[in-house]
Ligand binder design. Structure first.
Ligand SMILES: [Zn+2]
Length: 221
């Protein structure tokens, strides 16, 4: 199966280089499980990374190809895409029948669903995923919409079940939605089943109005 909406090339490259950050990389991994197009693109990035690795001057050659080569070029600090230590059976909130979290989340604990707004619940990832990483599950009933909001920084979303639409497009299971500070939108669940999304944020949402800010306090808790 392949998706209609994909990560930006830069996002895939940063994921390949290990510089995207653990939470965002997990969202990308969730998309890759559904998307043969992006899996092929990742193969290309690995090939390019290998070539770049070969171009590095003697003495600057890092120990592993793509990740360190691109990281060296970016002068970034690669971060692990998975927790440093394997864990046992992960805890997670109850999911609708037929919905399963992607295998990339097997080592990631999530809390129980918390009420965020009418028809909208949120579950936050637990340690070792730091709160600052902003990895969450969002569960929205059919017909419900989020309050209009912008973003302080990038936000990466993979749709795990159901679908939603905003001013830009319609996103279905497996799709990847990527926004930055320039995007102001109001997603609405447009199908007849609940929409569950995996979200990583590098900054907070920027809600409009007092009600939005109150809901955000619940979301960030
Ligand atoms: Zn893709």
């Amino acid at each position: 199966m392949s998706s209609m909406h994909h990560p930006h090339d830069e996002t895939l490259a940063r994921h390949a280089a290990g510089s995207l950050g653990p939470a965002a990389s997990l969202v990308v991994e969730s998309h890759l499980a559904h998307c043969s197009t992006c899996r092929a693109a990742m193969t290309d990035f690995e090939a390019v990374g290998g070539a770049l690795f070969e171009c590095l001057p003697p003495g600057a050659a890092p120990a592993d190809g793509l990740a360190r080569a691109l990281a060296a070029i970016e002068r970034g600090s690669p971060q692990p895409a998975t927790p440093p230590s394997p864990r046992g059976k992960a805890t997670r909130p109850a999911l609708p029948t037929g919905v399963a979290l992607p295998a990339s989340l097997d080592n990631c604990d999530f809390g129980q669903w918390r009420w965020m707004a009418p028809g909208i619940r949120v579950s936050s990832a637990k340690a070792p995923w730091a709160k600052a990483e902003g990895l969450k599950l969002l569960r929205i009933e059919p017909g419900k919409k989020l309050l209009r909001h912008g973003h302080h920084g990038a936000e990466w979303t993979c749709i795990l079940s159901g679908s939603f639409s905003d001013e830009r497009a319609r996103f279905v299971k497996g799709d990847f939605a990527e926004v930055d500070e320039d995007v102001d939108h109001q997603p609405v669940v447009d199908g007849d089943e609940e929409c569950i999304c995996l979200i990583a944020q590098e900054g907070r949402m920027r809600p409009h109005g007092l009600v939005g800010r109150l809901y955000q306090m619940v979301f960030d808790a």
